[in-house]
Ligand binder design. Structure first.
Ligand SMILES: NC(=O)c1ccc[n+]([C@@H]2O[C@H](COP(=O)([O-])OP(=O)(O)OC[C@H]3O[C@@H](n4cnc5c(N)ncnc54)[C@H](OP(=O)(O)O)[C@@H]3O)[C@@H](O)[C@H]2O)c1
Length: 492
């Protein structure tokens, strides 16, 4: 049983999609595990005029849709939820919210702890933070913590403006900037793999590593998110945050310990160490593209520019591939190839580290390849050169495969449950520090500026693994994408 935490949780965007699909099930998981127990209340806020009863029904539906079946537990959990109709731009509403929070604090004997969750459009983040201060919602006793969803800005300048607004109300150690990739088991597993295996530590450097490849592939198109996606594109939606977090885990120095301070120190250095391109170099080393219509498994799918809500002449990237370099002397010169996109062949997030081959008593041998499967499958594959059964010196390629059991993956806490649990415990390890975020925006801004001056938008067929240029990027230096879903011999 985990340690119980007392809190009044104020959820801005309580009627939204994220709250329904992810946050209520995550809170229910924490309730089931005893982190939230008797001394907590959740206030959902949004403009629509819902009653408490209706809201509790919505919360119960949400956890059932996520797979919960224990009616008694669901009812006990939902009873802790209240709804407050609230327009975040209206100062008077914060007064009512403050009174309700104080009343629930008394009722559930919370002791002043407050968790504010900004689960709504980012345009409102600074307004909410400013009002929380001016209407004096932060408590004197207990903790006050803020969880803020992505996107955190659109570029460095807007991220800084947002950060300035938030830090006018909350101190850095009260701010939890979410990147849900940091809550994923297999993203966290990279650290254990790298730093708890002496043999791997010994080869994790430029002498042994030929390249590192990171793929975050989505099979779906833009779906109903065109309004947001048109303002973001793959570079801002995926590279600036999730891809960069994986790059940091794969390139950072060994932390002195696992404390949040020690981890943030080496992560911040990993972002500082990223080799900065000029705009001209960024254009050479990064490829963007948009998907075009195709027939996939007998079904016609539209191209990006034909999707609902997308401009016919949209210049939004739905695919990015690139070569990232680090100036960390340990890995200097080792290319880190990244790619992410929508409407790719198959959904998968995976990392492959390819070691250099070389001479051996058996002749020239291929290097080993270590793949970390992050989602939807979770596990590892190591490719080795092994002696062929029944022969003396003939080698063959063997795959050492491990996958977590699907049921065990299903039973493990979901990323949002782990992350909200971390916030309740006051652990900032798996959240973005402002310094880290600032560096990733600075890195990505050079690429977007370079692209903004270019009026051509390359394309790739929906269902493929991106444009030819994304393959040429590797071939230029005797590299190739390890994961090519149409051809691979491996089940991933
Ligand atoms: N959905 C996802 O899977 C996902 C994934 C990652 C990150 N995010 C991030 O999470 C945040 C929320 O996304 P979402 O998909 O849940 O958005 P959403 O479904 O559009 O929900 C927006 C919420 O804000 C409320 N709202 C809008 N204007 C308001 C106002 N003036 N005052 C008070 N409430 C207002 C809406 O309710 P009313 O209309 O009733 O006011 C609704 O509850 C965004 O930052 C998004 O980028 C979402």
């Amino acid at each position: 049983m985990s340690k119980e935490v007392n809190a009044v949780i104020i959820m801005f965007g309580g009627s939204g999609d994220l709250a329904h699909r992810k946050l209520y099930p995550a809170l229910f998981g924490l309730f089931q595990h005893g982190v939230l127990k008797d001394h907590f209340a959740v206030i959902g806020t949004a403009r629509r005029p819902w009653s408490d009863d209706h809201y509790q029904q919505i919360v119960a539906d949400s956890v059932r849709e996520a797979g919960a079946t224990d009616d008694q537990a669901i009812a006990a959990f939902a009873a802790h939820f209240c709804y407050q109709s609230h327009d975040v731009t209206d100062a008077d509403h914060y007064v009512t919210l403050k009174q309700l929070a104080a009343k629930l604090d008394d009722q559930y004997e919370v002791g002043g702890n407050r968790l504010y969750y900004m689960a709504m459009a980012p345009t409102f983040f600074s307004t909410i933070a400013t009002h929380l201060k001016s209407e004096e919602l932060l408590t004197e006793q207990g903790f006050n913590r803020l969880i803020i969803e992505k996107p955190f800005g659109h570029d460095y300048a807007s991220a800084k403006a947002l950060n300035d607004a938030i830090t006018g109300t909350f101190k850095e150690d009260q701010i939890y900037r979410i990147d849900h990739y940091l809550g994923k088991d297999m993203a966290q597993a990279i650290l254990a793999l790298r730093f708890a295996n002496p043999w791997l530590k010994g080869v994790w450097n430029k002498d042994y590593i030929k390249d590192i490849q990171i793929t975050l592939a989505e099979a779906v198109g833009v779906e109903e998110r065109a309004g947001y996606y048109e303002t973001a594109g793959a570079l801002r939606d995926m590279v600036q945050n999730h891809v960069m977090q994986l790059v940091a885990y794969l390139t950072m120095d060994e932390p002195k310990s696992l404390t949040p301070e020690a981890i943030h120190q080496v992560k911040a250095k990993a972002f500082d160490d990223l080799h900065r391109y000029t705009e001209a170099e960024a254009k050479q080393n990064f490829v963007r593209a948009q998907y075009t219509a195709a027939t996939i498994d007998g079904q016609a799918v539209p191209g990006y520019r034909e999707e609902d809500g997308v401009a016919k002449d949209s210049m939004t990237d739905t695919f990015v591939a690139g070569k990232i370099l680090t100036d960390n002397p340990n890995l200097a010169g080792v290319p880190i190839f990244i790619r992410t996109g929508k409407r790719l062949t198959r959904k998968s997030t995976q990392v492959t580290v390819t070691l250099k081959g070389g001479a051996s008593p058996f002749g020239q041998v291929k290097g080993n390849q270590l793949t970390i499967y992050i989602e939807p499958n979770e596990g590892y594959t190591l490719e080795i050169n092994a002696k062929k059964l029944g022969e003396t010196t003939t080698l063959e390629r063997e795959w050492l495969n491990m996958r977590h059991e699907p049921q065990a993956v299903k039973d493990a806490p979901e990323a949002y449950e782990r992350l909200i649990g971390d916030v309740l415990a006051g652990d900032q390890t798996n959240f973005n520090h402002w310094n880290e975020l600032a560096q990733t925006w600075r890195y990505v801004d050079v690429i977007s500026k370079a692209w903004a001056k270019d009026q051509t938008m390359p394309t790739y067929e929906a269902g493929s693994m991106g444009p030819k240029a994304a393959f040429d990027l590797l071939k230029a230096g005797d590299h190739d994408w390890y994961w090519q879903p149409r051809h691979t011999q491996l089940a991933d």
